[in-house]
Design a protein around this ligand. Sequence first.
Ligand code: UDP
Length: 339
Amino acid sequence: MQQMTTFKPTVLVAGGAGFIGSHLCEALLYRGHRVICVDSFLSGLRENVLPLTNHPGFTLIEADVTQPLTISGPVEQIYNLACAASPPQYQADPVHTMLTNVLGCGNLLELAEAKGARYLQASTSEVYGDPLSHPQNEDYWGNVNCTGPRACYDEGKRAAETMCFDYLRQGRVDVRVARIFNTYGPQMRPDDGRIISNLICQALQDQPMTVYGDGTQTRSFCYVSDLVRGLMALMDVGQAPEGAINLGNPGEFSILELVDIIRDRLPGVAQPVFMALPTDDPQRRQPDITRARTLLGWQPKVPLSEGLGLTIPWFASQVGAEAPTPVRAERVAARSMAR
Ligand code: UDP
């Protein structure tokens, strides 16, 4: 007799083959959902979802969200993570980045309305631009240069937020908006150009780490499993929060501190080289996650040291380098505990 598999509600993940999207698809399948992954593969990778393709609840659709999407059957939840998130990648085709954020959000909100689905928009800490308020809470309106090279992403995400809250105010879609701060972990592309991937891959390949500017600028880094838990908590919460919700790890590190932490884990790496600071590079960034704590009962659990320990072997496997041996990792862990 053929056995029937029963699934929880169907979830569509746009950008599901990307770094965060692929972790989200996996977590949703694990929780028993049927998952429809939509990706254009412009920055997402087939390899990220390859292990999921044998799962009976997983469907992969190659499509660009700038075009209207037709999906047959019910869809109960839509996560929109479709957009390149690394500055070099989203600046490579800035007009497409803007359209992905604006048209993509519009097309997916239309789909959500048609299906009666709950909708979660992946927004970004970039809506705060180069912030004049620190740490950033959701009431801060931001300091974004609307004509600069980052604007295609920053303003695209801001416009997407606007559209989400208009749909919400009009009672058309149950919308949630997550402002995602810097996130890292396995399945990041080694060539994506962001700080964690660049520094680790450079260190693993005995190249000097590249520091843009003087390295005093700060970022707050959230391990991907924490972030995915936060996204799911925001989607699941009964009442849609009134505004956007910051999701990130409040631990704030300068780029020079990050260089030192990675050098501790991968000793013997050359001195960093200093390069020009990109235009409009934000000087500081740290999430105030009071709202996420209060409304979702969510906070990150994985400290940077632990997250890097889980991420370095991933990059080592990607660049064909030797990962730190357990003995070396233990020695480093003991050293950092002694501090
Ligand atoms: N950065 C750096 N070296 C690199 C890549 C990035 O010093 O090889 C800096 C970059 O200028 C920024 C910070 O690291 O100040 C974070 O950059 P990333 O591209 O990861 O993300 P952002 O938060 O700027 O979107």
